[in-house]
Design a protein around this ligand. Sequence first.
Ligand SMILES: C[S@@+](CC[C@H](N)C(=O)[O-])C[C@H]1O[C@@H](n2cnc3c(N)ncnc32)[C@H](O)[C@@H]1O
Length: 196
Amino acid sequence: MFDQQFWDSYYRERNLPWDMGEVSPPLKAYIDQLTDKQKKILIPGAGNGHEAEYLWQQGFHNIYVLDISPLPLKNLRERIPDMPDEQLIRGDFFRHKGKYDLILEQTFFCALHPSLRQRYAARMRELLSPGGKLCGLLFTFPLDINQDKPPFGGSPEEYDALFSPYFSEVRISLCYNSHPARKGNEVFFQLGKPVR
Ligand SMILES: C[S@@+](CC[C@H](N)C(=O)[O-])C[C@H]1O[C@@H](n2cnc3c(N)ncnc32)[C@H](O)[C@@H]1O
């Protein structure tokens, strides 16, 4: 539905309304309290990868970025020349295989057609190691505002109902440290996979 060509055209035309040009403040705050720099971290639908760049600068080098479009990965490669090629993955999230301690996301869930939400939740659970976490940001404008193209929204209640069957810990809270452009329109979510 929203395939590689769809996303390539945004990057080719440099029409990136979601790209804030810097690490998202709530994700920066989350990253800043992490102590284990060996954590294996995935950023799916990473786009230009400002979070990955920030992580790299902070000494988190066991990080993987995944995007269906090669164009933002090329941009990121230029900004992090030392990052090994195998950590910049061109591929479809729904086919990606691996195990991660932590998955960070923003504006990826909302970029997928809502019909894929159950598959997103199941795939995320699959990609986490036991005890792993998925954290990030979700928009809170109603789902029916945008019907034909991303970003797709939702409510904290809808997100709770979606994720609860897949994760042992589901924490969703109004974001207090959003980027000014997103203030009041997003929640921070943390989902935990059971240790066993
Ligand atoms: C709205 S953009 C967000 C990019 C980035 N997270 C950010 O905040 O700047 C959505 C990204 O998801 C990527 N994407 C969409 N569907 C994908 C899929 N099935 N697998 C991997 N990446 C995908 C797109 O290429 C695009 O870079």
